[in-house]
Design a protein around this ligand. Structure first.
Ligand SMILES: [Zn+2]
Length: 345
């Protein structure tokens, strides 16, 4: 099995005391090397996304705004949460282009699956504005490229970052060619970005192609796997995707400082394996993970390591942190309602 690895850590996209900084990935390569994983991966070279590639998702005015902000020395967008440094425009283009390079490698058969390890993340970026530390929507740009350059008709974007992927949802909200499913913590008026309720299921042609799984805190390992097995997978089976792109955030880990969803590293590893089985069943195993959030360094590092093991077809799992010490919330009733809403009887 050949697993692609695209790495663009964007060292010059950084800000003091900001949770989304290059230190997040500082232990990644040494850890992958230490466990013998790095040499087993197939390196795919990152390339900056071109303007036409970005324009499939973002408005020209917004792209220019990011470029111009970087050009005049940097600044902040989105009320101050999302920063831009002088290098950020180039580095955000490189992140989006890395996801494109992985799609090309996968769809031309040089790798069978892969992980795009990039910053800044993408899923909060809207067509016309930045948000939640994100400049360009890497996963959305990759999905549009798979359609435009490889003629794919149906793509599933599954977002397990603990925050709702508002940018991705809006970009594909009226689209029946990209199904968007998001599993996220949902506490209205309190937890960012504040949308992603279960009644948001798409509009127009896209009606029924958005699946939101809004979770209360502390759902944990069993609940996440139930969500995939009992809702996301059956819904995806109806859709029949040709490619699965995963917005992979590791901030649903119970030790993450920004959230409280209760997954353990073992739970994440199980979740990833379930998604791979889903991809095997639905689309010849064609699955690409694209990094989003994750702000506890060892949860992020080992979460990525365990995903690599799964992608390489190895059984190993490392969980030096252990399980959430508090009880898990039971999602059975919530899932019953969601299955009704999505016509899965
Ligand atoms: Zn997040």
């Amino acid at each position: 099995m050949s697993t692609g690895f695209v790495y663009a850590p964007a060292l010059a996209h950084t800000r003091r005391n900001h949770p989304e900084n290059p230190q997040r990935l500082a232990l990644l390569l040494p850890t992958l090397e230490q466990f013998g994983v790095l040499s087993a991966l197939t390196a795919v070279t990152p390339q900056p996304a071109t303007l036409p590639q970005l324009r499939r998702v973002h408005t020209a005015a917004y792209i220019e705004r990011v470029r111009e902000t970087a050009h005049r020395g940097g600044g902040v967008l989105d009320h101050g949460d999302t920063y831009v440094t002088p290098e950020s425009y180039q580095l955000a283009r490189l992140a989006a282009g890395s996801a494109i390079a992985a799609v090309d490698a996968l769809l031309t058969g040089s790798v069978q699956n892969g992980f795009v390890l990039v910053r800044p993340p993408g899923h909060h970026a809207e067509a016309n504005r930045a948000g939640g530390f994100c400049l360009f929507n890497n996963v959305a740009v990759a999905a549009r490229h798979a359609q435009a350059a490889h003629h794919l008709k149906r793509i599933l974007v599954l977002d397990f970052d603990v925050h709702h992927g508002n940018g991705t949802q809006h970009i594909f909200y009226e689209d029946d060619t990209v199904m968007f499913a998001s599993i996220h913590m949902f506490v209205p008026y309190y937890f960012y970005p504040g949308i992603g309720a279960s009644h948001e299921i798409g509009e127009g042609k896209g009606l029924g192609y958005t699946v939101n799984v809004p979770l209360p805190p502390h759902v944990g390992d069993n609940g996440y796997n139930q969500v995939v097995n009992e809702l996301v997978w059956p819904k995806a089976a109806v859709f029949q995707p040709e490619l699965i792109l995963v917005s992979a955030g590791f901030d649903a880990h119970w030790q993450d400082p920004l959230a409280a969803e209760g997954l353990s590293l073992t739970g994440y590893a199980r979740l990833v394996r379930t998604l791979m089985q889903m991809a095997q069943t639905l689309c010849h195993g064609r699955i690409l993970f694209v990094l989003e959030g994750g702000y506890q360094q060892s949860a992020l590092t080992y979460g990525i390591l365990n995903t690599m093991y799964a992608l390489l077809g190895q059984d190993e799992i490392h969980d030096p942190i252990g399980p959430m010490p508090t009880p898990e919330y039971d999602v059975t009733d919530l899932l019953y309602q969601l299955r009704q809403r999505h016509l899965l009887y």
